[in-house]
Design a protein around this ligand. Structure first.
Ligand code: CTP
Length: 401
């Protein structure tokens, strides 16, 4: 069920808006994912950015005129029909009020609008314009027509605009447009499912400026939350402190300590059909929280620690008809230790990884795990991106469902 855009044919339509510069970055991101991108520009877009930039970055000629190259006796004059036929997906970013009005009314008076009449693949429209234009009644009518016609609208962000006004109208960042593209293309095999994910480390305070923690980056959990959202689930992400941006359309609950994480998890567990615990929870917390900063003094001091509740074990005890997945962070005896945790915590799946390796350790973008299942079967997966592992894990969960 993985959403991959590797080798997909993407047509990127660029219109004449100040945000046109962002479509260069979008093109680079799509390239990086292995997509084959062809760019179609409107006449006005060329006032903001030159076709040569897109040509150099996409490695393909840029189409900006229905009749371009016609005198060179090649097929450029019908390029828009070929491109429409070949497209796996079309993205128009930025999409101006003008192009939205034209597409909504079936007008085809340039290369991009003509191509749009011939496209049968999914289309993402990323409107970007002045706030007043975005609120204009005729524009809203056109946008709503396109929504009803099945076009996927990537809503603009609110904020300060290039024209000085403030409000909705700003083109989302290219990484967010890519995220919505993956969402649009993903199979919705987790529709109507509620997924609860925990991620990141916990922090157990010692005094007002110090704490016990671990180097968990939260990346694995955030990748799973994102992937589940793409597949149609309603996702709650309970996260310890991380530097990561909240995934789009996911409810994020921020916590610090293991106690706070436990409270949040138990409050939300009833609702969830699937619970995936990637969080690296501190097993112990200081017995006493010093009110003031501990001052330097003796050469040696002791810190007394008390065991935290094992959240996952408690979930295993309380769970009803839910799928429970844990992650075992090990430095030795990987499968023996993980097997113990699978049984003790009454899990359906445990993903066991060696955290003392750079390719599967804390903070890495990749992970290498062995999946151990309740029925005693095992699956050793190769090293891969955490984003990809997230989808594989969800594939296995969907099978159990
Ligand atoms: N976990 C939890 N609450 C804790 C400790 C761990 O919910 N207090 C969960 C983790 O989120 C993970 C799984 O249990 O999904 C395994 O965590 P791990 O740290 O590998 O193992 P521990 O159970 O803490 O055992 P140990 O530290 O002895 O390896």
């Amino acid at each position: 069920m993985q959403t991959k855009i590797e080798n997909k044919n993407i047509v990127l339509g660029v219109c004449g808006g100040i945000a046109a510069y962002k479509s260069v970055e979008l093109l680079r991101l799509l390239n990086k994912q292995g997509a084959k991108v062809r760019v179609v520009m409107t006449q006005n877009a060329r006032s903001f950015i030159g076709p040569l930039t897109f040509e150099a970055l996409s490695g393909n000629p840029v189409c900006f005129d229905l009749f371009q190259n016609i005198d060179r006796k090649n097929d450029a004059s019908i390029r828009h029909i070929d491109w429409a036929r070949d497209a796996d997906v079309v993205i128009i970013a930025p999409a101006t009020a003008n192009i939205i009005g034209k597409i909504a009314n079936g007008i085809a008076d340039d290369a991009l609008t003509t191509l749009m009449l011939a496209v049968t693949a999914p289309v993402l429209l990323c409107p970007s314009m002045n706030t007043q234009m975005y609120a204009n009644k005729a524009f809203c009518r056109n946008l709503s027509t396109l929504r009803d016609d099945g076009y996927f609208i990537v809503e603009p962000e609110a904020g300060e605009l290039a024209c000085g006004d403030s409000g909705p109208g700003r083109l989302p960042e290219p990484k967010d447009i890519l995220d919505r593209l993956l969402y649009r293309l993903a199979q919705k095999d987790l529709k109507n499912k509620k997924v609860l994910v925990t991620a990141g480390p916990t922090r157990e305070p010692i005094d007002p400026v110090r704490f016990i923690s671990n180097p968990s980056s939260g990346k694995m959990g955030y990748s799973i939350a994102k992937a589940a959202e793409h597949r149609g689930a309603k996702v709650v992400l309970i996260s310890g402190p991380t530097n990561l941006l909240d995934p789009i359309n996911v409810e994020v609950i921020k916590v610090e300590t293991a106690k706070e994480m436990a409270r949040a998890v138990f409050e939300r567990m009833e609702d969830a059909n699937i619970i995936i615990k990637t969080a690296a929870v501190s097993d112990y917390r200081p017995v006493k929280l010093e009110k003031q900063k501990i001052k330097k003094g003796k050469d040696e001091i002791s810190l007394f620690l008390k065991k935290n509740q094992d959240i996952l074990k408690e979930l295993g005890r309380k769970k009803k008809d839910q799928i429970l997945v844990g992650f075992a962070a090990e430095t030795e005896n990987l499968e023996i230790n993980a097997e113990k945790k699978l049984a003790e915590k009454k899990l359906d799946i445990i993903a066991a990884n060696l955290v003392n390796r750079s390719s599967s350790g804390f903070g890495s973008d990749t992970n290498k795990v062995v999946l151990l299942y309740k029925d005693k079967t095992r699956e050793a997966l190769p090293e891969m991106l955490k984003d990809d592992l997230a989808h594989i894990l969800l594939d296995r969960i969907v099978k159990i469902l």
